[in-house]
Design a binder for this molecule. Structure first.
Ligand code: PLP
Length: 566
């Protein structure tokens, strides 16, 4: 009997050891940041209390002396007045609408770090309405034309005028059929041929958004591999489905996602040893900031945002990923909803010279109308099993293949296949422009630098500071239209001429000069990013444990002249 028990114990112990090793491997393959640890970040987010700086703290949170605080107060007041005088109608319409538009409430609140939010948003109005576009510019309700750096979340690749023309002819082309759903408009067949040629894959399904295309890809990968887990890389965005957002804000238990470190040998080891992984999702934009998201200005509590685009290193990483996925039967999905067509016609597959098993597209593919598309290898795209007729993977959507979207897509694809060349020439243009801007910023001694992956840009800050998020307001005042994430992402359309870009460069430099002149970068010279984070942590703990009131919002002080101090 004892012998029998002993004989059973040996394989059991070996199995337990094996499991423990796999678990340890998985833990070690997570990125060390909070983003890499979904569960912990969720719990911590629930513990972070709201608190707000009063007027004094708003201007002096970096230990600036009284003279600088006064300089900032004056600058802030002037900036607030400039913005208000420039766009009164646009700001009033935005404020009115914000009461009922949940999106606006959210983006309005998450423009600046929350400690500064109440004071900043109360005094610095923002305009979320526009009435016209022309070339690379956009006009607000007050008639101000700004250079558009928001890029309509990436949709605007070819310039708004292209999409306007394209939609007009798409409507004409689809009008005879009208908005019929079910039977396809004949143009669908051509779209499928074109997408197959572009992606090098066998089949296509159409959806209404990038989020849905991703949902479909992950679902099919699980269905065909009969495995539960999807691997995402730390910081990568794949749409708003909570199935690919395991971290903060997700109330569901997302036990079927592994968030692993990008560009890491440890991740490759996990992929090479586990048997439960169905697919790996890659958002190639992560090459610009591996393991970090597009950080909005609301996340800028210090100056430690960074970027590091190394095309060769990322290509090398994707090749290794490809090899391990092939070896282990894991579906490699490229999520090209954002970068598709922006990195040349062949997208990330051609740009990095790596073939995926499935590719999602969206945004600009719709030729100006909403869309998502999935392309994939034939055996992965099938929604049923020949040998198990009742085991189906049901996926349909009312508006999939909407005739007007399909004709707009056709216009886009037809143009793209004729006009969009290899990415190298485009890269050379955008890299030279980035150099040009960075030289101008350095020559002016400004603590700001630009980084890019083709026409997708972000700014980083070279000296520790607490007010970098203020730059978004100075940029807007100079006539640059940004999306709500502010300086964390600029998206240029490819119809920017050198003259257009020169105007943008000048405005960025002017905005940064003004911000410097108003003293926002003149805090305590001993400030470090670490010190800033420690200070913020201390504040949070003090509020959490009741040693500090949570919300103090002072009134905007009168102008120094009015106080007789000027
Ligand atoms: C890489 C990526 N995947 C998916 C999505 C979601 O697309 P949509 O907003 O159309 O749902 C986005 C949107 O930004 C994206 O950038």
């Amino acid at each position: 009997m004892n012998l029998l028990l002993a004989a059973a114990a040996v394989p059991l112990a070996a199995w337990l050891l094996y499991k423990a090793r796999l678990r340890l491997q998985l833990s070690r393959a997570k990125h060390r940041s909070l983003r890499g640890h979904s569960r912990i970040s969720r719990r911590l987010a629930r513990l972070v209390p709201y608190y707000s700086y009063d007027e004094q703290q708003f201007f002096a949170s970096d230990g600036a002396d009284d003279a600088i605080v006064e300089q900032r107060r004056r600058g802030f007041r002037e900036l607030a007045e400039r913005l208000a005088a420039k766009a009164p109608k646009s700001i009033a319409t935005t404020e009115q609408a914000a009461g009922g538009v949940s999106d606006l409430k959210f983006t309005g609140a998450y423009r600046v770090p929350f400690q500064y939010r109440a004071y900043a948003t109360r005094h610095l109005g923002s305009a979320a309405f526009a009435s016209e576009t022309s070339g690379v510019r956009i006009r607000d309700l007050d008639g101000n034309w700004s250079y558009d750096l928001s890029g309509s979340y990436g949709v605007n690749l070819l310039g708004y005028d292209f999409y306007k023309r394209n939609i007009t002819s798409a409507v004409t082309a689809a009008d005879q059929l009208g908005p019929v759903l079910g039977p396809y408009h004949p143009v669908v067949a051509d779209n499928v041929q074109r997408l197959k040629a572009i992606s090098g894959l066998d089949e296509v399904s159409f959806h209404m958004s990038g989020t849905e295309a991703v949902m479909q890809a992950v679902r099919l990968a699980r269905y065909h591999t009969r495995r539960s887990q999807a691997v995402l890389f730390c910081g990568a965005y794949h749409g708003w489905w909570d199935g690919v957002q395991p971290g903060v804000g997700n109330q569901r238990s997302v036990g079927d996602i592994y968030t692993l470190a990008d560009m890491s040998e440890r991740t490759l080891k996990v992929l090479d040893s586990r048997r439960d992984i169905a697919c790996v999702l890659v958002n190639p934009l992560q090459a610009l900031h591996p393991n970090a998201g597009a950080s909005s200005d609301a996340m800028l509590i210090a100056s430690d945002r960074s970027a590091n685009f190394d095309k060769d290193a990322y290509a090398d990483w994707l090749k290794k990923l490809r090899a391990v996925c092939t070896k282990r039967g894991i579906v490699l999905i490229f999520d090209e909803v954002f970068v598709g067509f922006r990195l040349g016609l062949g997208g990330a597959q051609a740009y990095f010279d790596v073939a995926a098993d499935m590719v999602t597209y969206g945004k600009t593919l719709g030729g100006g109308l909403p869309v998502g598309a999935l392309t994939g290898r034939r055996e992965l795209m099938r929604r049923y099993r020949e040998d198990r007729p009742t085991d189906i993977c049901f996926a349909r959507g009312t508006f999939n293949s909407h005739p007007y979207v399909m004709t707009a897509m056709n216009g886009f694809l037809e143009y793209a296949m004729r006009e969009i060349g290899a990415a190298e020439a485009e890269d050379a243009v955008w890299n030279a422009r980035r150099e040009d801007l960075n030289n101008a910023l350095s020559a002016a001694g400004l603590p700001v630098q630009a980084h890019n992956m083709s026409s997708v840009w972000m700014l980083t800050y070279t000296r520790p500071g607490r007010y970098n998020w203020m730059l978004q307001y100075y940029l807007r005042a100079e006539g640059l239209a940004l999306s709500w994430v502010g300086t964390g992402r600029f998206i240029f359309s490819h119809n920017y001429s050198d003259e257009d870009f020169a105007a943008v460069r000048q405005r960025i430099v002017d905005a940064a000069e003004r911000m410097r002149a108003d003293g926002w970068w003149n805090g305590d010279p001993g400030l470090s990013n670490r010190g800033i984070r420690r200070q913020v942590l201390k504040e949070m703990l003090a509020v959490r444990f009741g040693r500090r009131p949570s919300a103090i919002i002072g009134p905007l002080s009168p102008a120094p002249e009015a106080r007789g101090e000027a």
